[in-house]
Design a protein around this ligand. Sequence first.
Ligand code: ADP
Length: 400
Amino acid sequence: MHSCSGDDDNAVQNQKITDFLSGVKHTLLVMSGKGGVGKSTVAANLAVFLSNGGRKVGLLDVDMHGPSIAGLLGLTGFPMNSVDDMIQPYIVSDNLKVVSMQGFLQRPDQAVIWRGPLKIGVIRQLLADVAWGELDYLIIDSPPGTGDEPLTVAQTIPGCQAVVVTTPQEIALADVRKSLHFCQQTDMNILGIVENMSGFVCPDCGSLHDIFKSGGGEKTARTWGVSFLGRIPLDPKVVLAGDSGCSLLSLESSAKECFGAIVNNIEAILGEKKGAGNVTMTIGIPMAGGKLCSHFGHCQEFAFVSVADGKITGVTMKTPPPHEPGVFPAWLAQQGADTVLAGGMGERAQALFQQNGVKVICGVQAGTPEEVVAAYLKGTLETGDNPCSHDDDGHHCHGG
Ligand code: ADP
C-alpha cells in the first residue's frame, strides 16, 4: 500500500479525534437557518445551564467569521494558549470549558478570510488538539446555514445531534426547513427545535405579548416528527445579559425560566438523570384532538411527557411513522418512552412493548397529557376496561 506523510498525519488526527469523542457523552450542534435568531445565545446559555447543573460541558464556537460565544460569556480578548502541543480551553468554571475562534485573533475586530478547506482543517484541529478532558456535553455553535462548518461537524462526529433554533416568522421557518433537510441528508439526528423570540415580555409590566404569531416552531416540529424543546420570549434581559457578557442564570427573567425548561427537556430526552436519587421518566400517550386517544392504533400523534423528581418538566408532541403492525411499540421505545399510558390496546402491541422494556397501562380514560400524567404520578389514575384486550384480530384496535 502506498502511504505518504499526509496520510499518516491524517490517520494520527483521526485517532486523536476518535479518542476525544470516546470521552464525550453527548454532542449537540446548535444550528439555525438564519443569522440573528439567537443561535449563539441558545448555545451559550445551554452550556452554562447544563454546567451549572453539574454536567461537564465543553462549548466550541466554530463560527469562524462571526464568533460571538466569547463576547456573550464575557471572554472577549482572551488568548488561547498551548501547553505540550495541546490548546488550552478557557476555563469558565469547574464544569465549563470554552474554545472560540475569537481567542486566536490578534485583534478583536480582525476578519477571518478563509475558504472551506482551511475551515475544515481548523475544526478538526479543535476536536483533536484541545485539552477538553472528558465531557458530558460538547456543545457546538455553528454559523447559520448549511455550509462547511456544520457539514464538517456532521461528518466528523458520529452521533452528533442537532438543536435547531428558529424565530416564529415564516421567513425564518423556511430556512429552518433547510437545516432539517441538511440533518436528514447527513444522517444527523435532530434532538429538537427551539423557538426563540416567541412573544415579547414587556419590560414595564412583565406580561407576555404574542407580537409575532408564535407556534410556527412547534408546528414545524410536529410536521417533521421531531421534539419541540420549548420557546423563549423576546426579553430585553437577554440582550442585557449578552451585551454585558454574562449568562441568563444571573438575571431573574422569563427567558431564564424558559431556558431551564428547555434544558430539562433536553436532559429528559437524552435520558440523563438530574442527580443521584432523582428519577426521570418519559411517558408516551397516544393522542387525538389534544386528548388521550382510546384507540392506540388509530392515534395521529403521541405526547411524550418528561418527568423529573415526580414533576412534569415538558410535553413534546411527535407524529409517528405510518401505522403498520409492530411499528408503534418499537418507535415509542426508540423515542425514549419508558412508560405508555393508553386506552385500548391489542394484546400483540402490549407484548411488543414488554419485549422493548416499556411498561404499559391500559384502560386509561381520555384527558390531556398533563391531566393523565399528573393523576398517574399521584397514584390516582383510574383505569377502566381495556376495550381492545380480547380483540386479537385487531379489527377495531389494531394497536401493534
Ligand atoms: P445568532 O447566533 O443566531 O446570530 P445571537 O445569539 O448572536 O444570534 O443573537 C442576536 C442578538 O439577539 C443578540 O444581541 C442577542 O442578545 C439577541 N437575542 C437573542 N435571543 C433573544 C431573546 N430571546 N430576546 C431578546 N434578545 C435576544
